[in-house]
Design a protein around this ligand. Structure first.
Ligand SMILES: NC(=O)c1ccc[n+]([C@@H]2O[C@H](COP(=O)([O-])OP(=O)(O)OC[C@H]3O[C@@H](n4cnc5c(N)ncnc54)[C@H](O)[C@@H]3O)[C@@H](O)[C@H]2O)c1
Length: 270
């Protein structure tokens, strides 16, 4: 597979995902240059920069967008609106991991611009089939996400509803609702619901269930779709990131694979 030399990438968010992406660039695994790194916590940005051979400069989000050809957001849903505004204004491509921060208005603005918005599959599989099914009729989509209780701790929905996760001895359904309600209640845990929802593009026919299960040690996503083209049943059982139990390791490999696809002249998959 031939890859052409990038483009400079700029990173917003130096946590579990951002660090892996930065290391993939720094090690030469991705034929890209790291224009700079940014984090709301300057110590995290400094630590990441120091750990890399290229010692990329620490910048503000606005400076990152100026310096990069493609901006990689791996921070928090709250970082997304500014990244969208800056990328549209400066004409830069944007790859978003905190997809729950994206809105239909953001999509429209990218559609009417000359730059690209990339949303990696992240922690789920099967988006190829969902995207193809969306060209015909989709009846229903359900996403059941099962996580160890520690992976759901401190989520706004858990805190607001005083749900005790520490004393769970058996699985408990802690949430059932729409993708929009899910991302509001679990902004750091259920970005996959937003990605799937946008791929399926079915209002009112998409339900999300979140289960806290002390018996599991992985993040498990079960997708069930039925529609005119048949049915899709997918179970993804993900190893949590050693750096952040809320995040699946597959999410950062998916981000790296997306960047590789952008750089490659041969594109595999839908
Ligand atoms: N799309 C997916 O499938 C998927 C999967 C897992 C995680 N995620 C999302 O990706 C994002 C990154 O995940 P992670 O595991 O690396 O998280 P993390 O908590 O390990 O790291 C996030 C980093 O971003 C920084 N940050 C927070 N708000 C910021 C802001 N406004 N501006 C700049 N920096 C900011 C934090 O200080 C931290 O260093 C999260 O929003 C997470 O929910 C998406």
């Amino acid at each position: 597979m031939s890859e052409h030399t990038l483009k400079k990438a700029g990173l917003i968010g130096c946590g579990a995902i951002g660090t892996r992406i930065a290391k993939a660039i720094d090690s030469g695994e991705l034929k890209a240059a790291l224009a700079g790194v940014c984090d709301i916590d300057p110590e995290r940005a400094r630590a990441l920069s120091q750990s890399l051979n290229g010692k990329p400069p620490i910048m503000s989000a606005a400076q990152i967008v100026d310096a990069a050809d493609i901006v990689v957001e791996a921070a928090h849903v709250s970082a997304v609106p500014e990244a969208v505004d800056l990328c549209i204004e400066k004409g830069k491509d944007l790859m978003v991991m905190s997809v729950g921060g994206l809105t239909p208005e953001h999509f429209e603005r990218f559609e009417n611009s000359a730059v690209n918005l990339y949303m990696p599959s992240g922690a789920v599989c099967g988006l190829d089939g969902v995207l193809a099914s969306n060209l015909e009729h989709i009846d229903t989509v359900t996403l059941t996400t099962r996580k160890p209780p520690a992976g759901l701790k401190d989520a706004p929905f858990i805190v607001q509803n005083n749900i005790d996760l520490d004393s769970l001895t058996a699985e408990k359904t802690v949430f059932e609702g729409s993708p929009a309600q899910a991302i509001k209640g679990f902004p750091k845990n259920i970005n996959v619901a937003t990605t799937l929802y946008n791929a399926a593009n079915v209002d009112g026919k998409f339900r999300v269930r979140i289960v806290a299960d002390p018996a599991v040690h992985s993040n498990i996503h079960e997708i069930n779709l039925s529609g005119a083209l048949g049915s899709i049943r997918i179970t993804v059982e993900n190893v949590p990131s050693p750096d952040n139990p809320r995040t699946s390791a597959l999410a950062y490999y998916s981000a790296i694979a997306t960047l590789r696809k952008i750089l490659s002249h041969v594109k595999i998959g839908t």
